[in-house]
Design a protein around this ligand. Structure first.
Ligand code: IVH
Length: 666
């Protein structure tokens, strides 16, 4: 391709992207990619001035204004800024300025680079008369009526300045953006991609009542034409003057000296960025002295005295090569995008989360698609959206596997849940460590001395795979673990041995079935009386158990349908884990059968666990949260929100003394 053809191709591409970005508010490439096209064109045009034309997009800043708004000719052009993407480019900028001015050190006014939409506001005798978008830099769109709805744009300045034009940025605060998208979602309308597009979409409404309903904000960052006031000779002071007129300017502006001052500000703002209430995409450096600004002057579309130092792009487009499945410690299956490497947010990204199957459907992501990858702050990179225009004809839909890619157990998904899960809880290597720790925990099998470090080592060394392996451990295997003395090893073996004599409720709880907590495990044990009866139960039978609803019943069935889990249970029995069956099936009505207690605050005479056990021995159920169904709340010292809730709901409240009396008389 000849240089001329390449230039023509770049102009066409940039025009198209400008249109999508500025007119349609629906960009299909990230900022970094756009910047790189723009720079390529600029550099070719600089090297081949004979190929420059008056209509090149490099000379324009945005797209042509929408025809429906009246056109406004700007009295002084609305300029753009050159960009720096690296420390080297910032040093070169400072060196250029020092050299042209013949000075050793420059004082700069530094500000955030607001990620919004440039506008100009005209005031006559202090009254707001006209507001316009930048458009192509010389002609913009008249959006006066819409701008009047922006609350922090003053309709009258505090000074009656004869004739002044303010330049600044309209943007949407993050919280207002979230709220707007939530309401778009609720109405079934299209959501906005980011706050800047939301701000642009809101400002370009032909009906200003719609703009008024959207919360827009404004920050001024420069003066345009000005008559009737003597301006201070420094940019920073000019901003302070605007503030004294009642105009909104940012608190984050500073004056710094030299290039080190610039770079320090860049670092500081980079750190502050995530906690700012609005989006910024970099910082802007301006020579503070306005006389020096004039001496430096302008090149085509941008001033020589200022530069934007951009943060690394947080969005970039790339190809989705495939979708892998990751199995988490709790068995959740997460689809992960495998991407062609792309530089985004300062790092090269090759994987990004797709969250879950519903998200993939909602975003209509297919393998082979061009996707926009987003990385904000420290957040894990995610696939933000698909560029449908670039979908290849052979793009493939993703299908969630029906078996776990790690252990081959079946995968299930509750109707009202987005997450798919592996049901091989006791068997799946991905869930092994978590499952073992839960199994050994105090309220489950109560194996003292089996902590997370030990489990980690034993699993990593493949000494234990399932809970049944614990009962086959020999002393040698344990002693060989790090930080394991002979005495602790003997104690651990004794604890394991001791745990074999247990209760059915503990075994059920120890299995780590999703949604089956200690209380439910007890209810189930009491209801069925034997493990075989539980294994034989279907969903309907499980629904007969007190407090077991459809969600819990489904989890249990799904767990027990998995042959791998049954195998582990059989192995446990074969290893000598035992409990006396039927002992808990109680037909005698106990004093507090059917009553629900909630314990809150600190009890002096006994631990929370003891209180719970004693209540349960009386047939009561102990729950963690207060509801209308709660019969009693036991409030110890420093009881907080649960006590308040009990008071609002009118639940009977017992103090410690009343509670201990209740235990004594029963
Ligand atoms: S000064 C004469 N200051 O960035 C210089 N611009 O990429 C005029 N922007 O069109 C611009 N924050 O929309 C300036 N603190 C700031 C800015 C800022 C955001 C925008 C503005 C401009 C664009 C250039």
């Amino acid at each position: 391709m000849s240089v001329k053809e390449k230039i023509a191709q770049l102009r066409e591409q940039i025009d198209m992207h400008n249109h999508r970005y500025y007119v349609m508010d629906d960009p299909i490439i990230g900022d970094a990619e756009y910047d790189s096209l723009f720079r390529e064109l600029q550099s070719l045009e600089t090297r081949h001035p004979e190929l420059q034309t008056a209509d090149s997009p490099s000379l324009r800043v945005g797209a042509a204004p929408l025809k429906v708004f009246a056109e406004v000719q700007h009295r002084t052009p609305m300029l753009s800024l050159n960009n720096a993407f690296s420390e080297g480019e910032v040093r070169a900028f400072d060196a250029r300025i020092r050299e042209s001015l013949g000075m050793d050190e420059i004082e700069y006014a530094v500000e955030p680079k607001f990620d919004g939409l440039a506008i100009t506001l005209s005031y006559r005798e202090g009254v707001f008369v006209k507001g316009a978008t930048r458009g192509d830099g010389s002609v913009g769109e008249d959006v006066t009526e819409n701008l009047r709805t922006v609350r922090d744009i003053p309709l009258r300045l505090k000074e009656n300045i004869a004739d002044v034009e303010l330049r600044g940025e309209v943007l949407m605060f993050n919280r207002d953006f979230e709220a707007l998208n939530a309401s778009q979602r609720a109405k079934g309308d299209k959501e906005f991609v980011n706050p800047r597009n939301a701000a642009a979409g809101s400002l370009r409404q032909l009906d200003s009542r719609i703009t008024a309903a959207r919360k827009l904000s404004f920050f001024a960052y420069a003066l345009g034409y000005c008559e009737g006031v003597t301006l201070p000779g420094e940019h920073h002071q000019q901003m302070a003057l605007l503030q004294s007129w009642g105009v909104s300017v940012t608190k984050q502006r500073r004056v710094v000296r030299g290039v080190e001052g610039l770079l320090e500000y860049f670092r500081d703002m980079g750190e502050m960025r995530a906690s700012l209430p609005f989006a910024i995409d970099g910082v802007v450096y301006k020579v503070n002295d306005t006389v020096l600004q004039q001496r430096l002057g302008f090149v085509s579309r941008a001033p020589r005295f200022a530069i934007a130092h951009k943060f690394p792009a947080e969005e970039a487009s790339t190809t989705l090569l495939g979708i892998d499945i990751q199995v988490g410690r709790t068995g959740a299956l997460t689809p992960v995008a495998r991407l062609a490497p792309v530089f985004v947010g300062g790092v090269t990204v090759t994987n990004a989360t797709l969250h879950n199957e519903d998200e993939i459907r909602r975003k209509d992501v297919r393998i082979g698609d061009t996707v926009i990858v987003r990385r904000a702050g420290d957040v894990i990179p995610e696939v933000a959206r698909v560029v449908l225009e670039r979908r290849p004809s052979d793009a493939r839909e993703f299908v969630m596997p029906t078996v776990c890619p790690i252990c081959g157990s079946h995968v299930s998904k509750a109707e009202d849940e987005a997450v798919s899960r592996c049901s091989g809880g006791l068997f799946c290597p991905a869930q092994r460590k978590q499952a073992l720790l839960h199994f050994a925990s105090r309220r489950a099998m109560n194996i003292d001395g089996l902590g997370d470090k030990l489990v980690e080592q034993m699993v990593d060394a493949s000494i234990i795979r399932t809970p049944a392996d614990l009962y086959r451990l020999g002393i040698l295997a344990i002693v060989n673990m790090e930080r394991m003395g002979e005495k602790s090893a003997v104690n651990l073996l004794a604890a394991i041995e001791h745990s074999k004599q247990t209760t059915l409720a503990r075994v059920i709880f120890a299995l780590g079935i999703r949604n089956v907590g200690e209380a439910t495990a007890k209810d189930i044990a009491r209801h069925f009386g034997s493990l075989d009866a539980i294994l034989a139960a279907d969903e309907d039978a499980l629904l007969q158990v007190r407090d077991v609803g459809p969600v819990v019943a489904k989890s249990i069935v799904s767990f027990l349908q998995e042959p791998h889990n049954i195998e582990v249970l059989e192995q446990l029995r074969a290893c000598g884990v035992m409990w006396s069956e039927h002992e808990m099936q109680s037909t005698v009505e106990q004093p507090y059968s059917g009553k629900t207690f909630v314990l809150t605050g600190t009890l002096i005479s006994m631990s929370r666990d003891e209180a719970k056990e004693r209540l349960e021995a009386l047939g009561a159920k102990v729950s963690g949260s207060v509801s209308k169904k709660t019969d009693f709340v036991v409030a110890g010292a420093e009881a907080g929100s649960k006590l308040e809730k009990a008071q609002t709901l009118g639940v009977t409240i017992l103090d410690e003394q009343q509670f201990t009396r209740l235990l004594e008389i029963n």
